[in-house]
Design a protein around this ligand. Sequence first.
Ligand code: MLT
Length: 405
Amino acid sequence: MFKVNDNYLKLPGSYLFSTIAKKVKEYKETNPDKDVISLGIGDVTRPLAPAIIESLHKAVDEMAVKETFKGYAPDLGYEFLRSAIVKNDFEARGAKISIDEIFVSDGAKSDSGNIQEIFSSDNKIAVCDPVYPVYVDTNAMAGRTGTYNKETELWTNVIYMPCKAENNFAPEFPVETPDIIYLCFPNNPTGATIPKTELQKWVDYANEVKAVIIYDAAYEAYISEDNVAHTIYECEGARTCAIELRSFSKNAGFTGTRLGYTVVPKDLKDENGTMLNSLWARRHGTKFNGAPYIIQRAGEAVYSEEGKRQTREQIAYYMNNAKIIKERLAKAGYSVSGGVNAPYIWLATPEGMSSWDFFDYLLTNANVVGTPGSGFGPSGEGYFRLTAFGTYENTVEALKRIEKM
Ligand code: MLT
């Protein structure tokens, strides 16, 4: 008889956003007359920018013609896209990354879940708490996290770095030395960032203790402050200790279109000199047949002059929502953070309400969906996340309802 991978059985509950979707569906079914506004999952609402659509159409037409038809994409991604990435995301920031260090994929969620496969099963991970649930869950699936303690809601073999109001929602160096450190800035869920000088300290620390940083920069396009790094490779020494995850979902609205990439520098080696770049290339080649040609062409259009201008406008639109949410909640007496370099606003629940109680309260009293902070980890208890990715109209309406509660 076959046996399942029992690491899966150790996972508590279902995936956070699936749980929320289920609750909202049930609520809508029992309250069909209610107009429910979602400021929960970080899904975009602006349509794809015209330059991207134009490029998509052109690529679709190419697929209809024998001479320009494309089959399997190259393992690492088309060179036209990888060179646009290198030029715009790295060279323009003074970071040295070459084309063969870029691995194009179907999005940062898959990459952030899959990247752990190239590390030893006895490596120990360190994560921020609260944290994007994919990092811990995928390490749990791989059997790297020990057992889950229902009381503490922590895994026994994970190093947690609490990010609370006291430390401006920024992690502190852990007491125990980790092998793999997950960092995400601008942060999901708290919306916090750290200055480049602080990020440099993490790079120095990782090089010193010979750990690898998995740096999730999916929200870099939302950075508005000059002292925040857009890529970890702006830091000296990052090429020997960091992998970076990037997404087209939040900067260009590809949540439904799917496109991302991972950077694995060739200088990143384990103690025996094995290049992680070669391992990830091996993994990518074996398990992935490339992001679709038409989508990679759409990705290339993000870097055209028009594409850059149009996506900047979309980001400004969402950041205007962020400002509205933050200012109006603060005025209504909520304690709020985030929303300056990130499309997420992190608020303390009122009157010590638990995160899930506030979720229910908001859903039933304002018909607004948010994300309970405790869903991202125990240090998120007593907090709640709202996204700025809604439409302007829905955002304003949601705030009106919240103010009335
Ligand atoms: C979120 O809401 O945290 C994100 O949209 C989820 C994701 O990017 O996978």
